[in-house]
Design a protein around this ligand. Structure first.
Ligand SMILES: Cc1cc2nc3c(=O)[nH]c(=O)nc-3n(C[C@H](O)[C@H](O)[C@H](O)COP(=O)(O)O)c2cc1C
Length: 216
């Protein structure tokens, strides 16, 4: 039975979040092709995972037979999060831009699941899993804009997800989201709407591909 791991991290609620709406499109499309499939869902904004502690870090590098009681307890969360990832046939990650990079809740999750010798290895247990990242931001970071070069979401997540965890990663980007909330930016509204609509289309296409269906 197919499994999708769906991670949301936007601090905005479902009704107002641009990126959560796009991950919802992906999830619904994927589920339509896998009516008996399983969706493992984590909302990192509502239910953040613990940061990696000294015990959780040390346990990840040591033989489990040598773990202290504290290390065993601390490593339990990392093991659970890693097992969720390893079960997944497809991975969906919501990563709106926070202060030029990813939300700190998502960073804490990544710290937990990046485990040398297991997920972070040439023969990673996650190698090749199709992974879609939905990112959104108030501004545009496209070439020739004032913010060009300041997007530390895509290069960071490419380093972690593709280079380190060996996932098969693609990005969907929604820009100018502030225009949907600020009347003073009404002139940018068409650019936002174009970007948002394209993001939903790409989500549906990527979800069908992740579900093993050919492009429509
Ligand atoms: C803490 C925080 C930091 C943010 N930093 C940036 C930023 O550096 N650049 C930017 O363009 N937008 C920034 N934003 C705006 C969000 O990326 C944007 O509103 C996005 O659409 C919010 O996510 P969502 O609507 O997809 O849920 C920030 C938002 C928050 C909450």
């Amino acid at each position: 039975m197919a499994t999708l791991l769906h991670i949301d991290s936007s601090v905005s609620v479902r009704d107002t979040s641009v990126s959560r709406a796009v991950t919802e499109t992906f999830r619904r499309t994927w589920a339509a092709h896998h009516p008996d499939g399983t969706v493992i869902y984590r909302d990192l904004a509502a239910d953040p995972v613990a940061h990696v502690t000294a015990d959780a870090f040390a346990a990840g590098l040591a033989d489990p037979r040598t773990h202290t009681a504290e290390q065993t307890a601390a490593f339990a969360l990392r093991r659970r999060l890693i097992e969720e990832l390893e079960q997944a046939d497809a991975i969906l990650i919501d990563a709106p831009m926070h202060t030029y990079t990813i939300p700190s809740t998502l960073k804490a999750w990544l710290d937990n699941v990046t485990l040398p010798g297991r997920t972070a290895a040439e023969d990673s247990t996650l190698a090749g899993t199709p992974t879609t990242v939905v990112t959104s931001r108030d501004l545009s970071y496209a070439p020739y804009t004032a913010e060009e070069g300041h997007d530390f979401v895509q290069n960071y997540l490419t380093a972690v997800l593709a280079h380190t965890l060996h996932l098969d990663v693609g990005f969907i980007v929604a820009e100018f989201t502030q225009a949907s909330r600020d009347p003073a930016l009404a002139a940018l509204l068409p650019l936002f709407e174009w970007s948002r609509d394209r993001a939903h289309q790409e989500a549906a296409v990527r979800a069908r591909a992740a579900a093993g269906c050919r492009a429509a």
